[in-house]
Ligand binder design. Structure first.
Ligand code: PHE
Length: 455
């Protein structure tokens, strides 16, 4: 792919699937449940849905518009639309965020590979909940095993990105996403019918608003940006490959709905199962990995071959969902290096893979031998998660909203968003209102509130 012959996504379905493939990943199935568990359940979910509706989807439309109109990587996009201004730093911050996220995200993606092997070797059979906790701690404390899986995952991502946009991303999303969705539904049905699952369902559906504080707001906002792949130019880069006839608001709405459904569905697997075996909902990043084997064990333990097949399928699909997200993260940084520094895509991709692997190894070690080394009281892994999801992405989203809502030429915005003038004016105006006022003020409020300046 050269600079002036950028690739295109082949079909509209491909566009939705690739964007949803970026959005749906460990953020929904691993991160959403543990953040929900850490922040008290149902009330967090409601705040989260509010963030998706009022910040997420409007900002996604803005990112799509910037990307498709400029037809370039996220940093160049701002340079094209606002030459000679500092807006390009928004793009650059996005690239940096993508680089850091890819580093620690691949660690978790690596765990899913390890769990495929564990599932295939039937090592869940006959275990208790405590056994699953021990197995997880064993894995993350080991200096080699998770780091090697992380590297394996990074290399898979690397080769798909080097192969190019259309073939790699689009083809893979088409089959995997629907399969994952069906399996999640099956698992949710199993989980809610476990004995004692009722308390988990209550945890998801009975909001306790007295628990909503600055921390919950920041957590929900960060989760919304992270899960929707927003605020770092990821969907902006993807949109630079969209054709002109793709309906941007509709695509954003579809992605938002699919992404939220997968997250909530995951909640309906994890919490009923956790409460059923007496696991704490606030176990943090380990939650998915210590809870899920219980579901396979309890629901299908009586038919061992079925338990093995379903658990392998689940971890394979989870790894693939993570892969469509790591591809999108990698693509942002690769496209940036390739187009800004005049290097081949291959060389750019090698640099990204090497850099992120170093971050990944450090993050992986920080959960075991490097536990003592903390930044602001957090392990390196937790720190990168906090810095990117809770600070950089919402900050990026804030600037994207301001840029598109206040700065960008309204003819360009209308041209991109209206889908050749077919969008109702009233919908356009409501969207613009959310983008100009609601999103930036809301994001700023949450930041300021969390910094304790509003006491
Ligand atoms: N949205 C992805 C997920 O939920 C993670 C991601 C974040 C991907 C930011 C790209 C950009 O797993």
């Amino acid at each position: 792919m050269t600079k002036n012959s950028r690739a295109n996504f082949g079909s509209k379905l491909g566009v939705i699937l690739a964007s949803a493939g970026s959005a749906v990943g460990l953020g929904n199935i691993w991160r959403f449940p543990y953040e929900t568990g850490n922040h008290g359940g149902a009330a967090f979910i409601l705040v989260y849905i509010g963030c998706v509706l009022f910040f997420g989807i409007p900002i996604m439309v803005a990112e799509f518009s910037i990307g498709r109109h400029s037809r370039s990587n996220t940093a160049r996009a701002y340079q094209k639309l606002a030459p000679g201004t500092h807006w390009r730093w928004v793009g650059r911050m996005g690239v940096l965020a993508g680089f850091l996220i890819l580093g620690y995200y691949s660690v978790v993606a690596g765990w899913t590979l390890d769990y495929i092997v564990q599932a295939a070797s039937n090592s869940f059979a006959g275990q208790t909940a405590n056994g699953f906790i021990a197995a997880f701690n064993n894995l993350t404390a080991n200096p080699w095993r998770p780091a090697l899986w992380m590297l394996a995952f990074m290399l898979m991502t690397h080769f798909i990105v080097v192969k190019g946009v259309e073939k790699g991303i689009e083809q893979s999303s088409k089959i995997m996403m629907p399969m994952l969705f069906i399996l999640l539904i099956i698992l949710a049905i199993c989980a809610v019918s476990l004995p004692g699952a009722g308390n988990g369902i209550k945890f998801l559906l009975q909001p306790d608003f007295s628990k909503v504080d600055g921390n919950v707001l920041l957590g929900a906002m960060g989760q919304a940006f992270f899960s929707l792949s927003l605020g770092m130019g990821c969907l902006c880069t993807y949109a630079s490959y969209f054709r002109k006839d793709v309906n941007l608001p509709k695509t954003a709405l579809n992605v938002g709905i699919i992404d939220t459904m997968v997250a909530i569905l995951s909640g309906f697997i994890i919490f009923p199962a956790a409460f059923s075996v007496g696991l704490q909902p606030d176990a943090g990043p380990s939650l998915l990995f210590i809870t899920l084997p219980n579901v396979f064990q309890q629901a299908f333990g009586g038919v061992p071959w079925l338990a093995v097949i379903l658990s392998i399928m689940f971890y394979v699909l989870l790894a693939l969902a993570a892969l469509t997200s790591t591809i999108s993260l990698h693509e942002v940084v690769t496209a940036y290096l390739h187009e800004e520094f005049d290097m081949t895509r291959r060389k750019a991709a090698i640099l990204v893979t090497t850099g992120c692997s170093i971050i990944g190894v450090l993050c992986s070690l920080s959960l075991g031998v490097g536990k003592e080394l903390t930044i602001f009281g957090m392990t390196l892994f937790d720190f990168f998660d906090f810095l990117t999801a809770k600070i950089m992405l919402p900050l990026g989203g804030f600037f994207i909203a301001i840029f598109t809502g206040w700065f960008l030429d309204k003819h360009i915005v209308w041209e991109e968003v209206s889908n050749n003038g077919t969008l109702k004016k009233s919908i356009y105006r409501s969207w613009l209102f959310l983008l100009k006022y609601v999103a930036p003020i809301g994001i700023a409020f949450i930041f300021v509130n969390e910094l304790g300046l509003l006491k």
